[in-house]
Ligand binder design. Structure first.
Ligand SMILES: O=C(O)C(=O)c1ccccc1
Length: 544
């Protein structure tokens, strides 16, 4: 009888990898197959689901949505070299947004590699860097399963993120040993003395603020942040261009969204003497302005699980920690405050349906707010109208708002597919025409798998955010920013996704009713909503 120290049984690389995928909950594979991956699919098991993306960046973004929905890493299979290249915009987002995506990329046969073969990747492990946490092509086929196990553990440890394994196509049939899954307990907590110092600063503060970054939602610390904010009576802001929410935006302590411009950010926070940034890089700027990061008199503390981020922040005291244990300790350390709470931010005026001839983005957001259940998962990629969305469509609840916090467009449309496939809950995705076109073929996957996504595509006929950013610095017109005239409803229909065009404000309420009444089993639907191209506005939603 085998003792506990006996070697695990020998099998093939494929069997060992599939067993590891089962053990780690990665039985949905997002991918786009080619000849360099074929042997992975021999005797493809029935308990695995293959979700085809018609371009590799959609496969990565769908996997990211799945990972965000399940809380587990998601597996992606990419084609060698060029396929990896196609995926990289989405890999960049996954890295910056800390999404655990495990990528297995194809590679040519080991015997062919010295000959620079067709499809072969030179220096495969360098290709996705620096936007992966781990990147390897194992030296020997037999090392592939253990390398994948390590990659998975790296992807899932804080700060989470994508990992990359290049597997030559002749490895899959070779012998290898089964890998026993291991557990890594990855929560770690701050130095108690550092938290005591922070608690003392908060107790002494007159007007403290918490800045909620994407890490709060990512680490499941929303409830802890609300508890601390209430105990402190602190103002709560969301960090610039955060890819998540992380605080109930209807809460009276909520003050709004910080601007991604240094002078405006410093000005917004100047009212506070102690600011605590939670899971937020805080100084995420989109455009340059000559300004110190914070006004004199604003003292910054920063809690984050990423030591690199702690190192590159230009000012403040950083405490490296995962958030939940640190926030619980902090809530015990601070005194309940008797300072007055900050006044709540004013609510925007609702627009009557009949107030305009055209459909304004504000009207779309008002109508969505009236219709969406509070716990709807909302995926956003509508840069020109994000201010209207944030002002009029408050998010409540953990994991309910997803967008790119990094800026590579083409993320939202497929992200919504993966998120919907994670648990079958209907997702609402508000997407711009420009954004949609980077990854529009994900509608085919949505239709194929009947992913419950209601797309509200705001069509302003151009790259409006870029036009407005040009306008801001006196550059108009900007060449290459008009893309109007695309029939998205027909395009979606051709992919098998039902769609409607909405061009008149009076037709919008019923169209939204139809889109939002759909259930888990009704598959996707796309509304192409024509909104005006307002190129005259400077892209400073945060300043309006
Ligand atoms: O600034 C840009 O060019 C850009 O790509 C972008 C991305 C997201 C939001 C707004 C603009």
């Amino acid at each position: 009888m085998a003792g506990p120290t006996a070697h695990p049984p020998t099998t093939t690389v494929r069997e060992a990898v599939l067993a590891l995928c089962r053990a780690t909950g990665m039985t949905t594979v997002f991918g786009n197959p080619g000849s360099t991956e074929l042997r992975m699919f021999r005797d493809w098991p029935e308990d695995f689901r293959y979700v085809l993306g018609l371009q590799e960046s959609t496969a990565v973004a769908m996997a990211a949505g799945h990972a965000l929905g399940t809380g587990r890493a998601a597996l992606v299979s990419l084609h060698s070299a060029g396929g990896v290249g196609h995926s990289l915009g989405a890999v960049f987002n996954a890295y910056r947004d800390r999404v655990p995506v495990v990528i297995i990329a194809g590679q040519q046969s080991r015997a062919l590699l010295p000959l620079r073969p067709f499809l072969g990747a030179d220096e495969p492990a360098r290709f996705p860097r620096p936007y992966v946490k781990f990147s390897r092509q194992p030296e020997r086929a037999a090392d592939v399963p253990a390398a994948l196990a390590e990659a998975h553990r790296v992807a899932m440890s804080h700060p989470r993120g994508p990992v990359f394994l290049s597997v030559p196509e002749d490895d899959w049939d070779r012998p290898a040993e089964q890998v026993a899954p291991r557990t890594v307990h990855g929560g770690y907590t701050a130095d108690p003395a550092a938290l005591t110092g922070l608690a003392q600063a908060l107790d002494a503060a007159a007007r403290p603020a918490l800045v909620v970054g994407p890490g709060v939602d990512d680490e499941g610390a929303v409830r802890e942040v609300a508890g601390l904010a209430e105990r402190l009576r602190a103002a709560v802001w969301i960090s610039p261009l955060s890819g998540r929410s992380g605080f109930d935006e209807r809460h009276p302590l909520f003050q709004g969204f910080l601007p991604p411009v240094a002078d405006q950010l410093a000005e917004r926070l100047a009212a506070h003497d102690v600011v605590v940034a939670l899971g937020a890089p805080l100084f995420t700027y989109h455009v340059h302005s000559e300004s110190p990061p914070l006004a004199d008199g604003t003292e910054l503390y920063h809690l984050d699980c990423d030591p690199a981020q702690a190192a590159w922040l230009p000012v403040g005291t950083s405490i490296v920690t995962t958030l939940r244990p640190a926030l619980r300790t902090l809530a015990d350390l601070v005194r309940p405050a008797d300072r007055p709470a900050p006044p709540p931010r004013p609510a925007p005026e609702p627009l009557p349906v009949t107030s305009t001839e055209e459909i304004s983005p504000e009207l779309v957001m008002d109508l969505l707010r009236e219709r969406l259940p509070r716990d709807t998962v909302l995926v956003e990629e509508v840069p020109s109208h994000r201010d209207a969305l944030h002002a009029r469509l408050p998010i409540s609840g953990e994991g309910r708002f997803l967008t790119t916090g990094s800026g590579a467009l083409g993320w939202g449309l497929p992200l919504a597919v993966g998120r919907a496939l994670a648990d079958g809950e209907r997702v609402v995705c508000v997407v711009g025409d420009g954004s949609a076109l980077y990854s529009v073929q994900a509608l085919w996957t949505a239709a194929r798998h009947r992913a419950p996504v209601s797309y509200v595509l705001l069509d302003n006929g151009g790259y409006s955010a870029v036009k407005a950013l040009g306008h801001r610095i006196g550059i108009a017109p900007v060449p290459g920013t008009d893309i109007g005239g695309i029939d998205f409803a027909a395009l979606a229909g051709s992919f098998g996704c039902p769609a409607e065009r909405v061009e008149h404000p009076g037709h919008l309420p019923k169209a939204l009713d139809r889109a939002l009444a759909l259930g888990r089993d009704d598959g996707p639907l796309l509304l192409q909503v024509r909104v005006p191209a307002d190129d005259s506005q400077a892209y400073e939603p945060w300043a309006r």
